[in-house]
Ligand binder design. Structure first.
Ligand SMILES: Nc1ncnc2c1ncn2[C@@H]1O[C@H](COP(=O)(O)OP(=O)(O)OP(=O)(O)O)[C@@H](O)[C@H]1O
Ligand SMILES: [Mg+2]
Length: 990
């Protein structure tokens, strides 16, 4: 049942100066008892205290605490909070489960409330800025909600808000019980973990390890945190025998824990403090046999009245407010029950709070709820459901009501409530909740005779709604299965509905990367009633979009034209706008640049329709990227992102626009900014077609920034997901194949690279800009094969290039020619961003030119070119180029030694601190300050301070010189400086 608060919440509150846990009781029942003094846990406390100290120092961190139920996670955290000074702001959230899944936003609500308590609502809202609306979804009533404002941005806004607050004073954020977390809480955790490294923010999260199975969504989040080394893990284990004894003595000083009893206590409790506490009271008696009996030791010693009261509270969940109890029991009965309440509180089964009661521990509540008699269960849950129904309807409350009806064994009521809650959760972008509720509603459907009348929907419509929620929650296969089922059930006398549903099946099929969806879509179009424009329009839109993505330009334009007729026929302007957008992209891709007029027209038609507006900004900026107009692309995407923020649009459309900004920044050579965005945002994007674009760009950038090892591991990790969409989308086909081929060339695997670029030879599979992307890598692969003495016929590639017409063809044809030795690299180096050449081409071309001159033994020209390559590479942070160029210079003995101080370099090296040695190692590997910061978990500023200190101590003027010094003196002193030798790889192209 509903767990609305934490075991140990009072302990944590009490620990905080001015905490609300004590002193506000409505009566004189004693509040939470003093817990027994903490036993053991010295190392664990030290870990947590360290992260708080780090936060005070301006560079905090994240610790994820795990362990079985009752092991003492909450207690550990409470202990640390209790020792904090008043200057630290503590914000604590508590995840909760409603029985059918996580309660939406539960994990964040306490965090926001604590902020409001500490700073006042006005200051909190002011600090959150224009996006403050999103906080209203977390704490209902905090801000007046503007209609139509999506709430999906809560995590982002809250994380930013906490960083802002942390710039003024240290902040500790506690997120408890993540095994019950919803999407929003997990997303917030990742964002906070990123922010914490460079701010006065410490994040402590807890979860029950035994409740997080292999398929639990928290697994993905934890893997993400581990991979990016964003969080330390702290596993809390059982107490040792001596600690069990100490705790038993503290709990019950009278109990004589002799050797035998103690051994039994150790064994029965398994060293879990919760069980030790429960069992300590009956030491010497016969210890209960089953786990359930252990849990109920204290409960079973209560009077029947007190037990009944506990069961009443247990039916409500972890806690029951006085209002709710009064509604269920009646005011009089509640007053009469006071002695029973007192008894339960004295026995520490219940704990009194300012406005209600909670169980001492979640484990107790679960056990007592099991004790409800069937009649009692129905009566109480019905009463709770009815009482809750009288309160304002929020998603969590609707979900809770559905749960109560379910536990009351009244499936018809439960079904109606679940369908209502499902719809509300869907609107609220609470997708995993919507899925849980929807799936439960589907389960209950058959138990209810007149389900349609009760819910106001049909089973097949419900299937589609749940499929949509599953899709939003990235459960692609399940969404497809349910849509198929909806189709199978669709009434034969509704051909239009059937055709639309078949269209949905087609779309879900394509989304899973299965191109069989295309034939299904054609079938849908063929079976739709020919004069039913309302059905045909959306189907033609799907058709046009599918063909556009696949690069089937003519089909796309034709479908869009027919769709436009339908949309105009029905007066559906939003549909018309989207179709124009699709047609515009298809036309541009086909080389008809006037297609951008369609895009512009779609913007005019869009009116206030956000879907159409965001599509315009996304697709138009994309066209500019393809045309090499990076600054225009950046401006358009960033204007779209501003609009998204101002409208409070969901993270989905914002991420898409910001992703386009990042992509344009890559072209412009603003790599540190782009990398920072990917680093921060990619983990927050659910696996999808869209995530493919982002992970591909991020991997490419990582490779070129010089972190080859990480790029290779990203390539391995994403490969399958990327290639899944290879058959569906031309953009994915081009980008993913080019990047995977570059990674293969880096590994020296020419065959694999040639295999990957093969679609470039098939004019139907890659056209225009996309063909060029792949052909330049193909040329490099061919050249590399030749260098290995394996001649590859380049004629088909040349023919393919000759067949491409595209505005920036000149740029790429020059690179292609240079790779194959037909043109000098100086021609590439002379290209400029204004020609549509992305910023990395110049440093790359200088490197290749320098290489060529070295081969020709023109040392002086080589030296100038390679030095220029290093400088140009450093300008944008192209570590791949700078490292290679530096290595070539060094190997050829061409490095400028004049800047070297006369003092023995070893002396300078010896004066470096341990940290500076680490930084120098990384600099020598070609990493930028930003990358050094990421690797060492320090801020970029700190990294740059270290680098300056290193330059000063070594008496050199550039990082390249410092790197060379580190190389030539053998080692900077640490084992990891082996990494420097990476630069000795084959002098082939990057
Ligand atoms: N090291 C300890 N010394 C003394 N008491 C402890 C210790 N660890 C835990 N306890 C007590 O044991 C009980 C269970 O601990 P706690 O609630 O912290 O467990 P938990 O791991 O948070 O459990 P859950 O997973 O159910 O949230 C509490 O009453 C707590 O005060
Ligand atoms: Mg706990």
């Amino acid at each position: 049942m509903t767990v609305t608060d934490a075991p140990g919440r009072v302990a944590a509150d009490d620990a905080r100066p001015g905490g609300s846990g004590a002193g506000a009781a409505w009566h004189d029942v004693r509040m939470a008892p003093d817990p027994a003094p903490l036993v053991g846990r010295d190392a664990e406390l030290a870990t947590l205290r360290r992260v708080v100290d780090d936060a005070r120092g301006g560079a905090g961190g994240t610790v994820v605490v795990s362990g079985e139920a009752g092991i003492g996670k909450t207690r550990l955290v409470a202990e640390v909070l209790a020792s904090l000074d008043g200057d630290v702001l503590v914000a604590r959230g508590q995840c909760a489960d409603s029985g059918s899944g996580p309660v939406p936003y539960a994990g964040l609500e306490g965090v926001v409330r604590d902020l409001v308590d500490a700073l006042g609502a006005d200051d909190v809202l002011a600090a959150a800025g224009p996006a403050a609306d999103a906080l209203g979804a977390i704490v209902p009533g905090l801000v007046a909600q503007r209609p139509g404002v999506a709430s999906g941005r809560g995590p982002e806004v809250l994380a930013d808000l906490l960083s802002t607050v942390a710039s003024g004073r240290p902040v500790v954020v506690v997120l408890e019980d993540l095994h019950w977390s919803d999407d929003a809480t997990r997303s917030t955790l990742v964002r906070l973990a990123r922010a914490a490294r460079t701010s006065a923010l410490a994040v402590v999260a807890t979860f029950r390890s035994d409740d997080v199975g292999r398929r639990h969504p928290l697994r993905t989040t934890l893997a993400e945190l581990d991979r990016a080394r964003l969080a330390a893990r702290l596993e809390v284990g059982p107490l040792g025998a001596d600690e069990v004894a100490a705790l038993a003595r503290a709990v019950d000083p009278r109990g004589g824990a002799d050797g035998v009893a103690l051994a039994e206590l150790v064994e029965r409790s398994g060293g879990v403090p919760f069980y030790v506490e429960e069992l300590a009271c009956c030491l010497g008696d016969d210890l209960p046999l089953s786990l359930r009996d252990v849990l109920l030791v204290r409960y079973s010693q209560l009077s029947p009245e007190a037990q009944a009261l506990c069961r009443t509270v247990a039916a409500a969940g972890q806690r029951a407010s006085l209002d709710l109890l009064a509604a269920v029991l009646g005011e009089d009965a509640l007053a009469t029950a006071e002695p029973a309440v007192r008894e339960a509180v004295d026995a520490v089964v219940l704990v009194a709070e300012a406005d209600g009661y909670r169980f001492r521990h979640a484990l107790l509540q679960e056990a007592v709820a099991e004790e409800l008699l069937p009649s009692e269960r129905r009566r109480l849950h019905t009463a709770y459901a009815e009482a809750l129904a009288g309160l304002p309807a929020t998603v969590p409350r609707l979900a809770e009501i559905a749960d109560h009806w379910w536990h009351a064994h009244l499936p018809d009521r439960a079904l109606a409530a679940a369908v209502a809650a499902q719809a509300a959760a869907g609107h609220d972008a609470a997708s995993s909740t919507a899925v849980a509720l929807g799936e439960r509603a589907l389960e209950m459907w058959d138990l209810v005779p007149d389900a349609e009348r009760l819910t106001g929907t049909t089973h097949h419509d419900l299937l589609l709604a749940v499929a949509e929620a599953q899709h939003s929650a990235s459960l692609l296969d399940r969404a497809l299965a349910l849509t198929r089922q909806a189709l199978a059930e669709w009434p034969a006398d509704d051909p239009a509905g059937r055709a639309s549903t078949l269209g949905q099946v087609a779309v879900h099929t394509l989304r899973t990367g299965d191109d069989a969806g295309r034939a299904l879509l054609d079938e849908a179009l063929a079976t739709a009633p020919p004069d039913d424009l309302g059905t045909l329009g959306p189907l033609l839109r799907l058709k046009a979009r599918t063909a556009m993505l696949d690069g089937d330009h003519a089909v796309a334009v034709d479908a869009a034209d027919r769709g436009l007729d339908a949309a105009r026929g029905t007066g559906d302007r939003a549909l018309e706008a989207v179709l124009l957008n699709t047609r515009g992209v298809a036309r541009v891709d086909a080389g008809d640049l006037a297609g951008v007029d369609d895009l512009a027209a779609s913007r005019r038609l869009a009116g206030d329709d956000w879907d159409a507006i965001s599509r315009f900004h996304t697709n138009m900026s994309d066209q500019h990227v393809k045309l090499g107009e990076f600054e225009r692309a950046r401006a358009l995407a960033s204007a779209g992102a501003d609009l998204a923020r101002a409208r409070g649009a969901g993270w989905g459309s914002l991420a898409m626009l910001e992703g386009n900004v990042a992509e344009a920044l890559i072209g412009l050579g603003r790599w540190d900014e782009a990398a920072a965005w990917y680093e921060r945002s990619v983990p927050l994007v659910a696996p999808s077609q869209f995530a493919v674009y982002l992970t591909e760009r991020w991997t490419w950038l990582t490779l070129w920034r010089g972190d080859g090892e990480r790029a290779q591991s990203m390539g391995r990790r994403y490969r399958a997901q990327w290639l899944r969409h290879d058959r569906i989308e031309m953009q994915v086909r081009a980008r993913v194949r080019a990047t995977l081929a570059e990674l293969a060339l880096e590994r020296g695997d020419v065959d694999e690279a040639l295999d990957l670029v093969s679609p470039a030879l098939d004019p139907g599979r890659l056209t225009g800009a996309y063909a060029l992307t792949v052909l330049v890598v193909a040329a490099r692969a061919v050249a590399q094969a030749r260098a290995q003495g394996r001649p590859v016929d380049d004629a088909p590639y040349r023919a393919a290039l000759a067949a491409v017409s595209w505005p920036t063809r000149g740029v790429w044809a020059t690179v292609f020619a240079a790779e194959l030795g037909d043109a000098p690299w100086s021609a590439v180096a002379a290209l400029d961003v204004v020609d549509g050449a992305p910023a990395h081409l110049r440093p790359y071309a200088l490197l290749r030119d320098g290489e060529a001159h070295l081969d020709a033994d023109d040392r002086s020209a080589a030296r100038g070119l390679l030095t220029a390559a290093v400088e140009a590479g450093e300008e944008i942070g192209a570590g791949l180029v700078t490292t290679r160029a530096t290595a070539l210079l060094d190997d050829a003995g061409l490095l400028a030694r004049r800047a070297r101080p006369s003092a023995a370099p070893a002396e300078g090296l010896a004066s470096l601190t341990e940290r500076e040695v680490q930084v120098l190692d990384l600099v020598a590997q070609g990493l930028t300050n930003g990358q050094v910061a990421e690797r060492l978990f320090i801020s970029r500023k700190t990294a740059s301070v270290h680098v300056s200190a290193i330059l000063r101590k070594l008496g050199v003027t550039s990082r390249t010189e410092a790197a060379v010094l580190a190389r030539t003196t053998g080692s900077a002193g640490s084992p990891s400086s082996e990494g420097v030798s990476v630069a000795h790889g084959p002098p082939s192209a990057p």
